[in-house]
Design a protein around this ligand. Structure first.
Ligand code: 13P
Length: 281
């Protein structure tokens, strides 16, 4: 079923677990994310991002994701990832997204606060929850560039940002980067704990691909409630396609099935890791 409202986030926060948000690009990745969530009997979010629908079309990919969410046996949210364009957010709300991210992280602090608060007011009026971002992760969301973190989130500013914007979830920069990097990144758990101490707003970890499981679960233990994953799923998709293309020739259905199965395995592993209530440090 399509998950509306912030109950999902509240439930994860109360349980000390996190919901996975996977970036989807194709019908196959949509199928895999829903299959994984159903097999784990866990809720999930699909990030139908402002960049990931560039090729397929926003309306088309969102419609597919919403249809898959509605017929799922578990709760599935459809989320607009990283959007800097307020008109695009309005369109996503009209298309039926259950949540949106306004990414004002490149703006000066006060402008980020003002613009994010305005998005929150408009989205809330339509029953859509909002993620904001403070601090900036380096890297491209759709490729792995392996560059270092740009600007870590200041814990004091984070508390003020959450209060002044009224966001339902707040993405913070605590050491990760978007995509896989040559040098393994780790979450700065002390910074994360300091941010979490100053606000009860659910925290979001971007750039989770490639993190060791114990660092990821420790981040959940320190207050992360939503975890964004793209590169690991994307790589599973590409690797499965490469292998299937070399083995299955022109049998497109077999190739699709192989891709879905590979992505389902990766997504289910991540969902399982994030569902562990006992968080080792
Ligand atoms: P990764 O590609 O590192 O998993 O990051 C995904 C992400 O944060 C999307 O917003």
């Amino acid at each position: 079923m399509l998950a509306r409202g912030t109950d999902l986030l509240a439930a994860e926060q109360a349980a000390g677990t996190a919901i996975a948000a996977f970036t989807v690009y194709t019908l196959e990745s949509i199928r895999a994310v829903v299959d994984a969530a159903e097999s784990c009997e866990r809720p999930v979010l699909m990030s139908v991002g402002a960049s990931s629908y560039r090729v397929t079309g926003a309306r088309e990919l969102a419609a597919a994701a919403l249809a898959a969410a509605e017929s799922a046996s578990v709760q599935v949210g459809v989320h607009l990832d990283h959007c800097t364009d307020e008109a695009e957010i309005t369109r996503a709300v009209e298309l039926g997204y259950s949540s949106v991210m306004y990414d004002g992280s490149a703006l000066p602090f006060d402008e980020n606060v003002e613009r994010t608060a305005a998005v929150v007011a408009r989205a809330h009026a339509e029953g859509v929850w909002v993620e904001g971002e403070l601090g900036a992760l380096a890297g491209d969301e759709d490729t792995s560039t392996g560059v270092a973190a740009r600007e870590m989130t200041n814990p004091l500013q984070a508390a003020e940002f959450a209060l002044r914007t009224g966001v339902d979830a707040m993405a913070v920069a605590v050491g990760t980067v978007h995509g896989l990097s040559a040098v393994p990144m780790l979450v700065d758990l002390n910074r994360l704990a300091a941010i979490a101490a100053g606000t009860s707003t659910p925290l979001v970890l971007h750039g989770a691909s490639g993190l060791p499981d114990n660092n990821l679960t420790a981040a959940v233990g320190a207050g992360v409630v939503k975890v964004n994953v793209n590169a690991e799923l994307r790589n599973a998709h590409r690797a499965a396609l490469a292998e299937a293309l070399s083995q299955d020739g022109d049998d497109l259905l077999r190739i699709q099935r192989t891709a879905v199965a590979a992505m389902t395995t990766v997504a289910a592993e991540k969902i399982t890791t994030l569902s562990r209530e006992e968080q080792p440090t």
